[in-house]
Write a new protein. Structure first.
Length: 549
């Protein structure tokens, strides 16, 4: 890290971002800065110590500035930057995932990012792949040396995901080399060494599955500190849990009312499940789900335009099958080009098929959960007017620094996408069938926050979690099993959806109160005009009084 920064905030912010990109080359590639495409993060205790010292020096520089003298947008960027540095120091000094989470050492994403998009000529990208391949043996050796108490759920998931990386090298990378044979001789020695290192590492992980005894739960104190940094709010785990449990009661009443309308009968116990089961019969399969996602993207885009809900930007979108290396945690995701990317590239809407080793019953359960009506709601969230459209607005922000472009707030990004689901069904998209799925997703999002807090701070058991998801959330067993694993594998991220939804919903409502003449499109365009900042900062930028939360 460089230690000299411009005392003027935009210059200092640029230096800090450059330090961040150099310290995390994989994040740099994902963000669209390609100066470090040939590298992996430096492994080992010495490298971590140097990085931590650099961040402490940067914090001191930021704290030496007179923030009150900055214009409002720079004050927000200063606060965001400071929180991000604090979060990274927390990760290095306290969370220390390198000791217990073998998933963080998987180099699959680092390779996949260089192959997935044509941001540069293929030979150039393959030479960068070669640089990262050459770093894999030392990186994995360091990961094994750092490892202490590995939880079984992390080890078993890592075996699958590292195997996916091994497959990526043998298939996707090999196909790319066939298209650029001139660089094969430059890449192949590193490829052979990386493949051998992956085989060794997978064997090492496999040997430890039965003896893995680490606790995947963070515990109350560590979780509370991580939650505060993740959300960039003062919310405590107790506050999030109380809000989520109150919301669970409210949404349970709403979905019961919708089920009664569809059934044309008074509400009674079991009616919600009966209606959901009937809707779930209209299900896609592995062969049809991608085409269905394409169809629903067209439908949602036309609906947003017809109802003038928000300005539509016609950025390219491709619906793709989720790479194997990313399966096992989430069902779908939006994968946009990096905000620092200069090439014109599409956004990917990735869908995960069912794994090959699933039983027919589990496959059927999956597609009952992700039935035709649920896919419509999922497309709202991931694409239109959810992530794809929101991030298209993000790319058009104009600020004096790259802080908000580099550091998206997951709370705002996920909060907007959940708000978009409610927005579309409130205006009638898909009728009561999609409204039922949207409310079911509201239940899931709310229960996710409950799981997140209760699993990591209150010792929630698998049986308690499954009962909550299946009985109160009306989830299929396969979906609930996957979410239980996700709650153990991750922490605080599941709460971002719920906290973000409440914040975005309240911000739009409060903005409407202070701009009574504004149309719904004008309100939404205003909310999306400032990038993807944490909601508390967005309220400042919009001139809306601080929320009570």
């Amino acid at each position: 890290m460089t230690q000299q920064g411009d005392a003027h905030f935009p210059g200092l912010a640029a230096d800090v971002i450059d330090d961040y990109l150099a310290a995390d080359p994989v994040a740099a590639t994902s963000l669209g800065d390609h100066r470090h495409d040939h590298r992996l993060p430096e492994p080992g205790a010495a490298a971590r110590a140097v990085e931590a010292a650099g961040w402490r020096a940067r914090l001191a520089q930021l704290d030496a500035l007179d923030v009150a003298e900055l214009e409002l947008g720079e004050q927000v960027d200063h606060a965001i930057l400071r929180n991000r540095i604090a979060a990274r120091l927390f990760s290095l000094d306290e969370l220390t995932e390198y000791r217990w989470n073998p998933l963080v050492a998987n180099p699959g994403t680092a390779i996949h990012l260089l192959l997935a998009r044509d941001f540069a000529p293929l030979p150039e990208r393959l030479r960068a792949v070669g640089g990262r391949l050459a770093a894999i043996p030392a990186s994995l050796a360091s990961a094994r040396a750092d490892a202490e108490d590995l939880p079984e759920v992390h080890v078993s998931t890592a075996v699958g995901q590292f195997t996916g990386t091994r497959t990526l090298l043998a298939t996707e990378l090999e196909r790319a080399l066939r298209r650029a044979e001139a660089v094969r001789s430059e890449v192949e020695p590193a490829l052979e060494a990386a493949t051998a290192a992956l085989d060794e590492h997978i064997a090492w992980l496999t040997e430890r599955q039965d003896d893995a005894v680490g606790d995947p739960r963070l515990g109350p104190e560590l979780y509370a500190r991580k939650l505060r940094l993740t959300l960039d709010t003062a919310d405590t785990p107790d506050a999030v849990l109380a809000a989520a449990e109150a919301q669970l009661e409210l949404v349970s009443e709403q979905i019961a009312e919708a089920a009664s309308r569809i059934a044309g009968a008074p509400s009674h116990p079991g009616q919600v499940r009966e209606v959901l089961d009937a809707l779930a019969a209209d299900a896609p399969d592995d062969d049809s789900i991608v085409a269905l996602a394409e169809q629903t993207l067209t439908e949602t885009t036309k609906f947003v335009a017809a109802h003038d809900l928000v300005t539509i930007h016609d950025d390219p979108v491709e619906i793709v099958v989720m790479p194997e290396i990313h399966r096992g945690v989430a069902v779908a995701y939006c994968d946009p080009p990096g905000p620092l990317e200069t090439a014109s590239l599409p956004t990917f809407y990735a869908i995960s098929p069912t794994p090959a080793d699933w039983s027919p019953d589990r496959v059927a359960s999956f597609f009952r959960e992700y039935n035709v009506h649920m896919v419509r709601n999922l497309t709202i969230h991931e694409a239109m007017p959810g992530h794809v459209l929101q991030l298209a607005h993000d790319r058009r922000q104009r600020t004096s620094t790259r802080v908000r472009s580099t550091f998206w707030s997951g709370v705002f990004v996920e909060g907007w996408a959940v708000y978009a689901e409610e927005l579309m069904t409130r205006h009638g998209f898909g009728g009561d069938a999609v409204r039922m799925q949207q409310l079911k997703m509201q239940l899931r999002m709310t229960i996710n926050a409950i799981l997140d807090v209760r699993v990591h701070t209150r010792g929630m058991t698998r049986e308690e979690a499954m009962h909550l998801m299946v009985e109160r959330g009306h989830q299929e067993e396969g979906e609930a099993v996957g979410k239980w694993r996700r709650a153990l594998l991750t922490s605080t991220q599941l709460s971002t959806y719920f906290v973000g939804y409440l914040a975005v919903r309240d911000t739009v409502g409060d903005l409407a109160a202070v701009r009574p003449g504004a149309s719904i499109r004008e309100l939404h365009d205003a909310v999306l005009a400032h990038g993807s900042p944490p909601p508390r900062h967005l309220r400042r930028l919009l001139g809306v009084a601080s929320a009570s939360r």
